[in-house]
Design a protein around this ligand. Structure first.
Ligand code: NAD
Length: 269
């Protein structure tokens, strides 16, 4: 029988635990856990063709986020701001859920995952079939009026942008913007509170495809570990929280999550 061990620091250069032992161990943790949360970042969607932010091919390679994705950029240089989001919307229009999204939805169907907390705004978890998803950085399905705050379908913003005009709110004439959290903005309180409460009470926190570099979400895995949850990290590159994880899988999210879901399915609860 597997036992949880206390978090410990991993020394530099030490190899993380890798599959298939890691996969069996993660599956056992998920089968046993009564409240398991998955926390995802941009890395869960790269295999859908959507670039992440901080990798070599990421969105911030050669672009200063403060210039195109901040609240002050929206006010100071709306053309640059909208050009950046037009590119993201165009990429999303051609994107579909990948094996990682499907495996996470499959784990929920098996009763081995109970909540998804995502930093992503692409809606691919829901399209893959995940039913309970907390979007802590907002979403790209909706536009929000910077004037009156009303929410509109994103098409009302995307259409005018394609024809080279500024997107305006039909109700008040204010500028429409994507309903995502921009740099310099706070996270939506209800979503963040639910995410923090879940991470503070879960038995297993499975972090997938996040550099864990952006706070406050990057603080959630440490909170979970402090409260006794088993922390599992699946990421192509090292993260600052690897030393606190019970299991680290350094692999592509699609392959790793598929193996984990298959292992859980082979011996469900
Ligand atoms: P990130 O780009 O910082 O990290 C992605 C991680 O996933 C990397 O460590 C990378 O190695 C890994 N990865 C990439 N592809 C992978 C794959 N196929 N399998 C496994 N691992 C893979 O993204 P993040 O952690 O999500 O943090 C950035 C967050 O900052 C975003 O979620 C974004 O919402 C947020 N943010 C964005 C804005 C904005 O765009 N306006 C503003 C504020 C915050």
């Amino acid at each position: 029988m597997l036992t949880r061990r206390a978090p410990r620091a991993r020394s530099a250069g030490e190899r993380p635990v890798e599959s298939p032992a890691a996969v069996r161990r993660i599956a056992a943790l998920l089968r046993r856990g009564t409240f398991n949360v998955v926390l995802t970042g941009a890395g869960v969607s790269t295999e859908s063709g959507l670039p992440d932010f901080r990798s070599n091919a990421g969105l911030w390679r050669g672009i200063d986020p403060a210039r195109v994705a901040s609240l002050s950029a929206f006010h100071r240089d709306p053309q640059a701001f909208y050009a950046f989001y037009q590119t993201r919307l165009a990429a999303l229009a051609g994107a579909a859920p990948n094996a990682a999204h499907r495996a996470i939805a499959g784990l929920e169907a098996l009763g081995a995952v109970h909540l998804v907390v995502t930093q992503n705004v692409d809606g691919l978890h829901q399209r893959a079939g995940s039913r309970d998803v907390v979007e802590v950085h907002g979403n790209l399905r909706e536009a929000r009026c910077a004037g009156c705050g009303s929410l509109r379908p994103i098409a009302e913003m995307a259409g005018p942008l394609r024809s080279g005009t500024l997107p305006r709110c039909a109700a008040c004439g204010g500028l429409l913007r994507p309903n995502v959290v921009l740099f310099e903005e706070l996270l939506p309180a209800a979503a963040y509170d639910r995410a923090a409460s879940a991470c503070g009470t879960c038995r297993v926190l499975l972090v997938v495809g996040s550099s864990l570099a952006v706070y406050p979400v990057a603080g959630l895995p440490a909170l979970a570990a402090r409260r006794g949850a088993s922390l599992v990290i699946v990421n192509r590159e090292p993260t600052p929280l690897d030393g606190q994880a019970e299991v680290v899988v350094r692999d592509d999210a699609g392959a790793a999550l598929s193996r984990i879901a298959d292992e859980v399915a082979s011996e469900p609860n």
